[in-house]
Design a binder for this molecule. Structure first.
Ligand SMILES: Nc1ncnc2c1ncn2[C@@H]1O[C@H](COP(=O)(O)OP(=O)(O)OP(=O)(O)O)[C@@H](O)[C@H]1O
Ligand SMILES: [Mg+2]
Length: 357
């Protein structure tokens, strides 16, 4: 017999939250993705109050008013600034509820496999204060796998490589559990930093984040371009004079900059694939790897990785949404959710269990 409380679970919101370094995604049962906003807040330096959240704060970035700073409270996939993370998450959750049910009974969130005790606690506390009901936490790699269509019943192994803004997370999944994982603090954002560095050092031009992002998404490629002479007009501030300035940048010029970062990411992937047990390695040899995360949208990335790791490479459908869709999927398999959720920080792998006298 189904009790009234378990019945309620079906009619009220169940939320999936992917709190990333660059963006926060929220999906709600029955409504798919309801929120996709940059993980930033705009803070007034004088009052210390938050003046804008998410997209609105992001749009101020690089052109902030005198007393305003736009900051990202998460670094490398984990909470770096607790107070701002907490307020930002509460704001996003509230926004995600509008238009749907006002009550949220349960939520599932993702976290990195190597998250520490302290980091997970911070995330849980932030979630508690956002009033999203009971919170389940699970490893990001597993969510990315389910969100890419990997079945929890599949006993053969799949390899999922999530390239986010601040992290690259590799998970080998079989039978609905992670058999091996690794995460490194390198991601797509490092390409932006490398581009800004290059332009400043070699072209004498200081550029903002909006400019490097546009260069990366609209112009850059990680496979040797055929038309290396193709140019793009890039504006910024002259390093010498400080005046507004512009230079012509060619695709051939920035290709090595992009490739140097991607080579490091490919190296982490290749290295992780040498750590597998023979049967798992055999499965991956046949199946190759699945790419998720915003970094998977980089032009030429699949071909590049295919050549570097010598395996088939598939980009997941809408790779930025794979993790949050995988989280949402968990509500359809409650027994699996119970099995994979890691709510007690001390049962996490890699986290140190404090010695109790
Ligand atoms: N079309 C594109 N081409 C290249 N890179 C892109 C594209 N679209 C988005 N990105 C990059 O993807 C990154 C964001 O990816 P994603 O939303 O998966 O990160 P995140 O989940 O916030 O970060 P993390 O998982 O590291 O915490 C950004 O660095 C962004 O520049
Ligand atoms: Mg992510």
């Amino acid at each position: 017999m189904m009790g009234i409380t378990s019945l309620k679970k079906f009619v009220t919101d169940s939320m999936a939250v992917d709190l990333g370094t660059a963006s926060t995604l929220i999906a709600v049962k029955g409504r798919d993705i309801v929120l996709d906003e940059p993980s930033v807040v705009a803070v007034n330096e004088l009052t210390n109050g938050i003046v804008a959240y998410g997209q609105e704060a992001f749009d101020m970035r690089g052109r902030e008013g005198r007393d305003i700073t736009v900051l990202a409270p998460l670094i490398g996939g984990v909470v770096a600034d607790f107070e701002h993370t907490k307020k930002m998450l509460a704001y996003f959750v509230k926004k995600a509820k509008t238009g749907g049910s006002q009550v949220s009974l349960q939520a599932v969130m993702s976290m990195l496999s190597d998250v520490t005790h302290v980091e997970q606690r911070a995330l849980l506390n932030a979630a508690e204060e956002a009033h999203i009901g009971k919170v389940f936490m699970m490893e990001e790699g597993l969510a990315a796998a389910f969100g890419s269509g990997v079945s929890s019943k599949d006993k053969r192994a799949s390899a999922i490589v999530d390239i986010g803004a601040g992290t690259t997370n590799i998970a080998i999944v079989a039978k609905g559990t992670i058999v091996h994982s690794r995460s490194e603090r390198i991601g797509s954002m490092d390409i932006n930093l490398a581009l800004a560095n290059h332009l400043r050092r070699h072209r004498g031009l200081q550029v903002g984040d909006e400019t490097t992002e546009k260069l990366k998404t609209d112009f850059a490629t990680v496979i040797l371009p055929t038309d290396i002479g193709k140019t793009v007009h890039t504006r910024g501030r002259d390093v010498q004079t400080g005046s507004p300035a512009a230079v012509e940048v060619t695709v051939g010029e920035i290709y090595p900059v992009i490739e140097s970062i991607m080579r490091r990411i490919a190296h982490v992937v290749a290295d992780t694939l040498t750590e597998l047990q023979p049967e798992v390695a055999a499965d991956i040899f046949d199946r190759g790897i699945i790419l998720t995360g915003g970094g998977a949208l980089l032009n030429g990335i699949d071909q590049y990785l295919r050549e570097k790791v010598n395996l088939p490479v598939i980009i997941s459908d809408e790779p930025r949404y794979a993790t949050v869709r995988g989280l949402l999927h968990m509500f359809e398999e409650p027994e699996l959710l119970a099995k994979v959720s890691r709510n007690e920080p001390h049962i996490l792998q890699n986290s140190e269990v404090p010695f109790e006298a």
